[in-house]
Design a protein around this ligand. Structure first.
Ligand SMILES: Nc1nc2c(ncn2[C@@H]2O[C@H](COP(=O)(O)OP(=O)(O)OP(=O)(O)O)[C@@H](O)[C@H]2O)c(=O)[nH]1
Ligand SMILES: [Mg+2]
Length: 279
């Protein structure tokens, strides 16, 4: 499944970000804790080079905590990176720790002089505006569970004095057909209208059955583990009454239940990928 979804504002945002980069002291790269590799935009690495970077692993409340700890260690092996796992539940801690990390990492290269300038970047729907609001301690940026809500850059000054900008989410002009696309789609970075729901759900079902069978059994109250991804989706359809006349299972509906149970955390805390040291 190759995805072609590249709204016009992203082209402009990409150019603006590249122009902005030389004046910035720190990049705050927001990654999805459930898929820190798939959610890393190669364009960010390209424009960042070795500029100090704070990697914020958002939505850690939805990810497997052990795997998230592995990712933090993985990222911090890089001298120019500090990493933190965040979630809405620990907003108070995030509000003080993220600015402190920005100051710490930028001073390594800059000395403790003028205002620190930081830029928040990341893929759509990963939680950049949520982070901006948390850091500000009030709602300054619009937040939604749909991707591509922020369309223009927004500049704010944090209570700590850091000059910060929230930016539109960026994806690649063309996302090739691979596991990363499936992960991004499963997590909600690509609008549901731009993808083949059923293949995304099948990808998820296969992964959940293999890596998190106990969570699948518990969520759908199964006595035995389904033998395949297709069987799991059919079983969800039967149990949740996704049936057409004649008892035919509405696969699309059952697929959407599985995807939404993953996105909301109802299925449990799941990480879709692990750092190399943990595989
Ligand atoms: N469970 C959970 N949900 C979160 C967290 N952070 C953000 N979200 C949710 O993720 C969705 C997207 O958040 P936004 O802050 O709008 O994401 P964004 O990166 O600004 O998205 P764009 O502006 O579209 O690029 C919203 O529904 C948030 O409530 C978190 O730590 N945990
Ligand atoms: Mg936003």
């Amino acid at each position: 499944m190759a995805v072609q979804w590249y709204p016009g504002h992203m082209t402009k945002a990409r150019r603006e970000l590249a122009d902005l980069m030389p004046s910035q002291d720190v990049i705050i790269e927001v990654l999805d804790a459930r898929m820190p590799a798939a959610s890393a935009n190669p364009f960010v690495a390209e424009i960042r080079r070795d500029k100090p970077c704070v990697k914020v692993l958002s939505k850690a409340d939805l990810a497997d905590p052990e795997v998230t700890a592995g990712w933090l260690a993985h990222f911090e092996a890089d001298e120019s990176v500090l990493a933190i796992a965040t979630s809405l539940a620990i907003a108070g801690e995030v509000k003080t720790r993220v600015p402190a990390l920005c100051e710490r990492i930028s001073r390594r290269t800059r000395g403790p002089t003028k205002t620190t300038r930081a830029v928040i970047v990341g893929i759509p729907n990963v939680g950049k505006s949520t982070l901006t609001n948390t850091l500000m301690g009030r709602q300054v940026a619009a937040v939604s569970d749909k991707p591509a809500v922020t369309k223009v850059r927004q500049q704010v000054t944090l209570p700590s004095g850091i000059a910060l900008s929230d930016n539109p989410g960026l994806l690649w002009p063309r996302i090739e057909d691979n596991a990363s696309t499936m992960r991004l789609a499963l997590g909600g970075a690509i609008p549901d209208t731009a993808l083949d729901y059923e293949s995304v759900a099948l990808f998820g079902a296969r992964f959940f059955l293999e890596k998190y069978p106990a969570l699948v059994m518990a969520r759908y109250k199964l006595k035995a583990l389904p033998a395949s991804a297709t069987e799991l989706i059919e079983e969800i359809g039967r149990r949740r009454g996704c049936l057409r006349a004649g008892g035919v299972i509405e696969v699309y509906k059952a697929a959407s239940i599985l995807v939404h149970d993953f996105r909301s955390g109802a299925l449990g805390r799941i990480s879709l990928e692990r750092p190399r040291s943990m595989t």
